[in-house]
Design a protein around this ligand. Structure first.
Ligand code: HEM
Length: 379
C-alpha cells in the first residue's frame, strides 16, 4: 500500500513477504531514516544518534559498536547481570516495605529499567523509584543518548506492563508461570540462568511481544535510492513503514490471532531475532533493534521477580479479569490507563526467609558499614 502525505510518499509493508523484500532483499537501500524536521537545525544530532542516523554511516557504525561493547553483546549482558539483579531487587525491596499499598507499576518498572541501562552506561542512577528524573539526569543526558535511555526503556516498560496485564487477566497462566519459576528456583536464589530455563515464561514474553507490538510500525525507514520492489518503483526518499502489528495479528499466519496463547511459541522455532518475517517486534535487517537480547533479559528478570516474590491484587478487590486493555498510540502502543496493583509478600513454601532478602539485608548492612567506615576515616 502507498499513499501521499503532503509531499512525502509513504509505502507500507503489511505482509511477511513484502517486509522481507524491504528488510532483507533490498535491506541496504531501505536502511535510511528520515530525520524529523525539528532535528535539522541541531548541530551534531546525526553523528550522536543511532536511531536518527539518516543512513548506515561511519558514525552510525561507531555508535552501534560502542553500544555493542557496553550493553548489547552477550559478554556485556553477562557482565551487566549484577546491575539487573541489583536494580530489580531495589524495586522488590521498595515494594516489600510498601506492602499492601497501591503501586503504579508502570512508573516503577520504567525507573528500574532506565536505571539498569543508565548504570550499564554511566554507573549512575538517573531516576528515583517513582520515575522522577534527578539532578544527575540533566548532567548525564549530555553523555547518554536519549534514544538508549528513553526509547529503549519505554518499549521494554510497555512489554512488562502488557505481560503482567495478560497474566493477571489469565490467572491459570499466571499460576503456571509462577509454578514453573518456583520449581526452577527450588528454594534457591532467583537468577537469570534459572529464569532462562522457564520455557513457558519465555513463551509468555514472546506472545506479549506478538500481541502487543510496542512499536507497531517499527521505526520508519527511508529509501536511500530508487528501487523496484515487486514491480513497483519506490522513489528515492520514500518513507517505508513495516506494519509489524498487522503482520503479528494476521489470521493468515497466526491461528486465533487476537488471543493471548503463549503455547504457540512452546514447540516453535520462531524467535525474536528477525529471522521470521511474520514476527518482527524488534524489526529485522541492518536497522534491527540491537537491544533485543538486553530487552528480553530485563523483562525476564523484572517480571520474573515480581511474580516470584509477590501476590498481586487490584485496588478495591476488583476482579483481575476486568483489567482494561485499551491502548494509546503515539509512536509506541501502550496501555492507556496506568496499571495499579497491590503487592503482598509471598509466603514461600520453604518456610525460611527467602534467600534474596537475606542477601539484600546483608548488602544493605555492608553498604552501611562502608559508609560508616568512610565517615570514620574522614573525621
Ligand atoms: C521490548 C523492548 C524493545 C522493542 C520492542 C524494541 C523495538 C525496536 C524497533 C522496532 C526498532 C526499529 C527497527 C527498525 O527500524 O527496523 C528499534 C531500534 C532500536 N532499538 Fe530497540 N526495542 C526494544 C528495546 C531496546 C533496548 C533495551 C535497547 C538498548 C539497550 C534498544 C536500542 C535500540 C536502538 C539503538 C535502535 C536503533 C537502531 C538503528 O536505527 O540502527 N532497544 N527497537
Amino acid at each position: 500500500m502507498s499513499f501521499q502525505l503532503g509531499d512525502q510518499l509513504m509505502v507500507v509493508a503489511s505482509s511477511p513477504d513484502i517486509a522481507k523484500e524491504f528488510c532483507k532483499t533490498h535491506d541496504r537501500i531501505f536502511s535510511g531514516r528520515h530525520l524529523p524536521s525539528v532535528y535539522h537545525n541541531l548541530p551534531g544530532i546525526m553523528d550522536s544518534s543511532i536511531v536518527l542516523s539518516p543512513d548506515c554511516s561511519k558514525s552510525w557504525k561507531l555508535l552501534r559498536s560502542i553500544g555493542q561493547n557496553c550493553v548489547f553483546s552477550s559478554k556485556a549482558m553477562e557482565s551487566n547481570a549484577w546491575i539487573r539483579k541489583e536494580k530489580v531487587m531495589d524495586l522488590v525491596n521498595h515494594l516489600r516495605t510498601n506492602e499492601g499499598q497501591v503501586a503504579n507499576l508502570e512508573d516503577m518498572m520504567f525507573a528500574t529499567l532506565a536505571n539498569i541501562i543508565s548504570t550499564a552506561l554511566t554507573s549512575r542512577n538517573l531516576f528515583d523509584i517513582h520515575g522522577q528524573a534527578g539532578d544527575e539526569y540533566k548532567m548525564m543526558m549530555a553523555l547518554v543518548n536519549e534514544e538508549l535511555l528513553i526509547g529503549a526503556t519505554d518499549s521494554t516498560t510497555i512489554t512488562t506492563v502488557w505481560l503482567i496485564v495478560e497474566l493477571m487477566r489469565n490467572q491459570e497462566m499466571f499460576t503456571k508461570v509462577r509454578d514453573e519459576i518456583t520449581q526452577a528456583v527450588e528454594g534457591d536464589e532467583l537468577n537469570e540462568t534459572l529464569l532462562s530455563q522457564c520455557n513457558y515464561f519465555q513463551a509468555c514474553i514472546k506472545e506479549t511481544l506478538r500481541l502487543h507490538v510496542p512499536a507497531p510500525m517499527l521505526v520508519p525507514h527511508r529509501a536511500i535510492e530508487t528501487c523496484k520492489v515487486n514491480n513497483y518503483v519506490i522513489p528515492k526518499d520514500s518513507m517505508v513503514l513495516v506494519n509489524a502489528w498487522a503482520i503479528a495479528r494476521d489470521p493468515n499466519y497466526w491461528e486465533d490471532a487476537t488471543s493471548f496463547k503463549p503455547e504457540r511459541f512452546l514447540d516453535s522455532k520462531i524467535g525474536y531475532r528477525g529471522t521470521h518475517f511474520k514476527y518482527l517486534p524488534f524489526g529485522t535487517g541492518l536497522r534491527m533493534c540491537p537491544g533485543s537480547g538486553v530487552a528480553f533479559k530485563n523483562i525476564q528478570m523484572l517480571v520474573g521477580s515480581l511474580l516470584h516474590y509477590f501476590d498481586w491484587s487490584l485496588p478495591n478487590g476488583a476482579d483481575p479479569t476486568t483489567i482494561d486493555t485499551n491502548e494509546k498510540y503515539f509512536t509506541t502502543l501502550k496501555k492507556e490507563k496506568p496499571l495499579l496493583l497491590i503487592p503482598k509478600l509471598r509466603k514461600l513454601n520453604t518456610g525460611k526467609r527467602c534467600g534474596f532478602f537475606e542477601w539484600y539485608d546483608d548488602k544493605a548492612c555492608v553498604d552501611e558499614q562502608r559508609k560508616l567506615s568512610r565517615f570514620v576515616e574522614k573525621t
